[in-house]
Write a protein of this length. Structure first.
Length: 226
């Protein structure tokens, strides 16, 4: 890798390493988000299939992380290589194969790239949704950062579901990042889930985090935010 001088040159090798893991047995189904103009957060929520999480071990395989670590110095170049990055994010076949380690590094590239809105369908959204539900707290926290950075509002329910499942496993800093993301992107489609979280998992949240979660719900309801 030492001879690479640009993101364009680095991308092919980066993908080769990202895709070192085999295709998972199931591909996640994205949550279908309703259009804003036809969504009423007071209505009964539609039952939507939840995407399967990226089901790697809680700590990604050290060998995989070591493989990817050779790109540490190349991350800024990858993020600046706009055309290869855009092409990569349209490649469903590749993105659907990412494991936890690959997702961690892809997110690091995305967080260095300019902010942009993610379409509410597609492979990148599926990676974000699956990562938001991961047992790996580092990946969940990074997913929250990416959701905020890319305004990926369609992944908000996945983030709330992960917080509901086991808030303590995220640690104080992880919950901070999840709630900071939800404060920025949450809308009416997650109100009921947030209220259920507070009822069923409120005791597992710190007083500050419980207050923040209630405040998110209150702001949405008062503003009628969709």
């Amino acid at each position: 890798m030492t001879g690479l001088e640009s993101g364009d040159a680095a991308w092919p090798a980066f993908w080769d390493v990202l895709l070192a893991m085999p295709l998972p047995p199931h591909v996640a189904t994205p949550i279908a988000a309703p259009l804003d103009d036809e969504f009423d957060f007071l209505a009964e929520p539609a039952q939507q299939p939840a995407p399967l999480p990226i089901a790697d071990e809680t700590v990604p395989n050290p060998a995989r992380l070591a493989q990817l670590a050779v790109f540490e110095a190349r991350l800024p170049y990858l993020a600046q290589a706009v055309v290869p990055l855009q092409e990569a994010l349209r490649d469903d076949r590749r993105l659907d194969r990412l494991d936890a380690a690959g997702a961690l590094w892809l997110f690091r590239v995305l967080l260095l790239a300019p902010a942009a809105a993610v379409p509410e369908h597609g492979a990148l959204l599926r990676v974000i949704q699956r990562s938001a539900r991961s047992p790996n707290p580092t990946l969940v926290a990074l997913a929250a950062d990416v959701i905020a950075h890319l305004d990926a509002r369609a992944a908000q329910l996945d983030l709330v579901a992960r917080l509901h499942a086991d808030p303590r496993s995220l640690g104080h800093a992880g919950v901070d990042r999840v709630l900071a993301c939800l404060k920025q992107v949450a809308d009416g489609r997650c109100v009921r889930e947030m209220e259920t979280l507070l009822v069923e998992r409120g005791a597992d949240l710190s007083d500050v985090h419980a207050w923040q979660a209630r405040h998110i719900v209150q702001v949405i309801r008062r503003a009628g935010r969709k």
